[in-house]
Design a protein around this ligand. Structure first.
Ligand code: ADP
Length: 409
């Protein structure tokens, strides 16, 4: 994999999350690590990403001056995982379909497919799961393997760089197991082609040797169930998409479902919470279980330190206020995004690249992380000419829409 990262040269990173993790590592001078050791670790974090932003790591001091705008700002209400999520998520992740809350339609379809595959004793059809981050794609892939009582192997497309990476995984598959590839839209085209025959005929064509002496060998692969996950279904090529027998879209969760998720997580974490407290957290979680679990953990800390240990409505409200998570679960970036459209561009339309530049964010992050929820609650519209703030957004910020806009509503 290595080789994507120039040790003393420019460090290029893709997403806010990867940039943040890298910068956290780069700032760890106080731990007595040498710049080379720090660079090595940052490189591990970033290997495999498609690189778009350039940051120089040579002067580590620059990183200490917060030269990267996303640095230090751990986004509490991001659907994407942040660093300390993983250990908690393991505990909170539902293991069986019955424990998985909400997404009724998706669950129903999976239950039928699982039951059918089990009764036939075959591998289940390949599944494509798509939807914004944090809605349970990895969790569902894991559940499919548990329900089928087969081995589960997760990986992510950015980690697969050369044909050998994928060939090794596919040739080592166990019978009927589940292979999960996250961020499948980032799979390189050559690897995608390699995958086609494995998915369709359980065969893998590999070329041995080079030039005139090159030979093609076809390897038999054990039947397996492929589960692909993506936040950007539109970026998946038609041939790959056609190879999925089951295509499932995950929706944002309703406040009621999220309340149940919060109560379930609180029970697992051993925190006392009442219905009103759970409702308060659920309401500000942007329809996303990962955010609900994260807010619960923060509110739990507050309840232990400032309250009596129990999460009730006043405690939850006070904690969330302190964390600056407002009624809709908006944080600073959402507010800046909407206010930029309203104040700088008269409500829009404004192109996503312009917005990204003004906000110092990646266009990808805006499209994948911030916008879906703002559109879901009707604050933002995507049009062919750009993004438009809706009347609801104006009302939320108590700003009067300009006359041109007002006539549009
Ligand atoms: P994704 O892969 O879509 O980014 P994950 O599957 O990693 O999301 O889900 C993030 C976390 O949210 C999981 O660890 C799990 O605890 C929680 N979660 C997701 N969906 C549900 C659900 N339906 N019920 C309960 N918890 C859920």
């Amino acid at each position: 994999m290595g080789g994507l990262f120039l040790r003393d040269g420019p460090l290029r990173v893709l997403s806010e999350t990867s940039a943040n993790s890298a910068f956290k590592i780069l700032k760890r001078r106080d731990r007595g690590e040498t710049p080379a050791e720090i660079a090595e670790k940052a490189s591990e974090k970033l290997t495999g990403y498609r690189f778009t932003r350039t940051v120089s790591i040579a002067p580590v001091a620059a990183a200490e001056n917060n030269s990267y705008p996303g640095d230090d700002r751990e986004r509490l209400v991001s659907g994407a995982p942040v660093e300390d999520d993983s250990s908690f998520e393991l505990k909170l992740r539902p293991q069986r379909l019955a424990e998985f809350i909400g997404q009724k339609r998706v669950k129903e379809q999976l239950a039928v497919a699982i039951e059918a595959a089990r009764s036939r004793g075959e591998a289940m059809d390949h599944v494509l799961l798509y939807g914004p981050p944090g809605l349970g794609k990895t969790t569902l892939a894991n559940i499919i393997a548990n329900e089928l009582a087969v081995h589960f192997q997760p990986t992510a497309a950015p980690l697969l760089q050369i044909k050998g990476d994928l060939t090794a995984i596919i040739t080592n598959l166990q019978d009927k197991q589940v292979l999960f590839i996250d961020e499948i839209h980032r799979l390189q085209p050559v690897l995608e082609e390699l995958l086609y025959s494995a998915l369709e005929d359980y065969k893998l064509d590999i070329i041995i040797g080079q030039g005139p002496s090159a030979r093609t060998h076809t390897l038999e692969v054990k039947p397996f169930t492929f589960v692909g996950a993506t936040t950007r279904a539109g970026l998946i090529s038609a041939p790959l998409r056609a190879r999925f027998g089951i295509v499932l879209r995950l929706e944002f969760y309703t406040p009621d479902d999220l309340q149940i998720i919060v109560e379930r997580s609180a029970e697992i974490l051993g925190v006392a919470i009442d219905k009103a407290g759970a409702k308060e957290i659920a309401g500000r979680s942007r329809g996303t279980p990962r955010i609900a679990n994260r807010l619960l953990r923060r509110v739990r800390d507050y309840a232990q330190v400032r309250g009596a240990g129990k999460i009730d409505e006043p405690t939850a409200k006070a904690a969330l206020e302190l964390l600056e998570v407002d009624h809709y679960g908006f944080d600073e970036v959402d507010r800046r995004l909407l206010l930029t459209i309203i104040q700088k561009y008269q409500g829009g339309p404004v192109g996503v690249n312009t917005l990204a530049a003004v906000l110092a964010e990646e266009p990808d992050a805006i499209e994948e992380i911030y916008e879906p929820f703002l559109m879901q609650i009707g604050f933002l519209n995507r049009t062919p000419r750009g993004r438009i703030a809706t009347q609801l957004a104006y009302e939320h910020f108590k700003i009067a829409p300009p006359r041109r806009q007002a006539s549009l509503f």
